[in-house]
Design a protein around this ligand. Structure first.
Ligand code: ZN
Length: 118
């Protein structure tokens, strides 16, 4: 399962970020996942729950921000959604474009530290 290795990588990276910040525990991790990143958000969420045990993220929630795939059309000077499966053809001027501007993201957008115990 490909999402498990991605979830493990996200957890390792978030764990490093948390430690660098002096954060003991993380309550939430937000990741940006592009429409074309090849990741199923539900599967990623499940893999995250399996992989988080024993890390600073053991009590953390995974928040997935989906990023739509958009390509740039030069003649129209506008972006258009390529959809899934991707179709690189501008709907306005009916011309092909392979200038993908977003949709392949797979990155940590932020981590939220747990409130310090009282
Ligand atoms: Zn166009």
């Amino acid at each position: 399962m490909h999402e498990l290795s991605i979830a493990t990588a996200i957890i390792e990276r978030a764990d490093e970020l948390a430690r660098a910040d002096g954060t003991e525990a993380v309550s939430a991790v937000t990741v940006r996942v592009g429409e074309l990143a090849g990741v199923v958000p539900d599967a990623l969420g499940f893999a995250f729950e399996v992989a988080r045990d024993g890390t600073a993220l053991a009590g953390a929630r995974l928040v997935v921000e989906q990023v739509p795939a958009q390509a740039w059309c030069g003649p129209c000077a506008e972006e258009f959604p390529v959809g899934m499966p991707p179709f690189f053809w501008c709907p306005r001027c009916d011309q092909p474009s392979s200038d993908l501007r977003s949709g392949r993201e797979l990155e940590i957008a932020g981590i939220e530290p747990s409130p310090a115990p009282a």
